[in-house]
Design a protein around this ligand. Structure first.
Ligand SMILES: Cc1ncc(COP(=O)(O)O)c(C=O)c1O
Length: 380
């Protein structure tokens, strides 16, 4: 068996140890300390946002985002069927009901079906949108930039603005992806909607072990999310809490790791792009990122094959890590009571996609190894 080639493993080859040692030496290891505002500023500057709020993970960031937009009991939130459960869980934490809408060929939320759902399946009363069959108010739309590809935000924001529905961009996988055409050309994922959330989980393009970051168009909303993430403490001496709070703040140790990772982000994207192109040149045709719309961060590579299950297990025998797409949201027992709308492409892509090794420390030689193994197994 050859060396293990992981699917998406952290690349900790910079100043990680140095900055974390500094944090430990300073004894600022918890939810206060200088690395937290530095990392917030670093990410805000990188994505071109005025400010950012660092939190425990992408999930807690999404939870704060939905709360901030007033999502609650009796509401519905439109989410893609093809995503990770962490997009949907926070909707349910708020007491609201997810509605699963199909993806398009970019694997991201289909704006045509989104519009169709809002116009045909909803009633429009007093400037608000209610799902006809349940009476749930459609309180938010949560597009997900799947695998670092970017949603058609022009079309999604057209719908959102026309029907005055706030947008939470789940940018957990797309840090570094930016639009190159359309109304948002030059802007980063996460900065287009009302609120955007990034994740720094271990498999993301940069990691803080676990961590997340929130950006928002409205500085007051962002400040309020920072307050909620720190237990909504109004008086740090007498511990007065005027609102319900959450212990969602990032720690200084996580932020130290994040600063070291952020220094390398552009380099990681370059390597991921190089390896993506190399796979294609070697005859392993990966799903295209929508290059007419964006410069993606090339986070995850998707290969389509009818022999997906066989390929996955034979690559595992050769110590090569791969993964199918997440089970679709409408099929998860946890979400079985929620509605879905016109699912076709999510089902199609779910059946055939296999994600291939894509770490930012994957060498060209390892790409050759994976490509050769795939060709051999599939007899290409
Ligand atoms: C699409 C998507 N949404 C949300 C999350 C949640 O992020 P976290 O794991 O940091 O809670 C992730 C990553 O894990 C993700 O891939």
């Amino acid at each position: 068996m050859g060396e293990f080639i992981g699917l998406s493993v952290p690349n900790l080859s910079g100043n990680e140890r140095k900055y974390m040692d500094e944090a430990i030496d300073s004894e600022w290891v918890s939810t206060a300390g200088p690395y937290i505002p530095q990392f917030e500023k670093g990410i805000a500057d990188y994505v071109g946002a005025p400010d950012a709020v660092a939190c425990q993970n992408g999930s807690s960031g999404l939870h704060l985002a939905f709360l901030e937009l007033g999502v609650g009991t009796g509401d519905a939130v439109i989410v893609p069927d093809l995503t990770f459960a962490a997009t949907v869980n926070p909707v349910v934490y708020c007491g609201a009901n997810p509605i699963f809408v199909d993806c398009d060929d970019t694997l991201c939320l289909d704006p045509v079906k989104l519009r169709e759902f809002i116009t045909e399946e909803c009633e429009h009363i007093g400037g608000r949108v209610f799902e006809k069959s349940t009476g749930f108010r459609v309180a938010a739309i949560a597009p997900v930039h799947v695998f670092g590809n970017l949603c058609d935000m022009d079309a999604i924001m057209d719908v959102a603005e026309e029907f005055k529905i706030p947008v939470v961009e789940d940018a957990c996988e797309s840090l570094g992806s930016r639009f190159t055409s359309g109304r948002y050309a030059g802007m980063h994922s996460g900065t287009v909607g009302d609120i955007g959330v990034f994740s720094f989980n271990g498999n993301k393009i940069i990691t803080t072990g676990g961590g997340g970051m929130i950006v928002a168009r409205d500085p007051q909303k962002l400040a309020h999310m920072r307050y909620k993430s720190q237990q909504a403490k109004d008086d740090a001496v007498r511990f007065i809490h005027n609102e319900l709070g959450y212990n969602y703040r990032m720690t200084n140790i996580q932020a130290a790791l994040g600063m070291a990772q952020l220094e390398q982000l552009d380099g990681f994207i370059e390597i991921k792009k190089r390896n993506y192109e190399l796979y294609n040149r070697l005859g392993i045709e990966l799903l295209p990122f929508s290059l007419d719309r964006c410069n993606p961060n090339y986070w995850f590579y998707s290969f389509m094959t009818e022999r997906r299950e066989e390929l996955m297990s034979k690559l595992a025998e050769r110590n090569i890590g791969t993964r199918p797409i997440w089970e679709l949201m409408h099929r998860l027992p946890a979400f079985s009571k929620y509605r879905s709308y016109r699912l076709e492409k999510s089902i199609y892509y779910h059946k055939y996609v296999l994600n291939l090794p894509c770490s930012s420390n994957l060498t060209e030689e390892q790409v050759h190894t994976v490509a050769d193994a795939i060709k051999e197994i599939l007899g290409k």
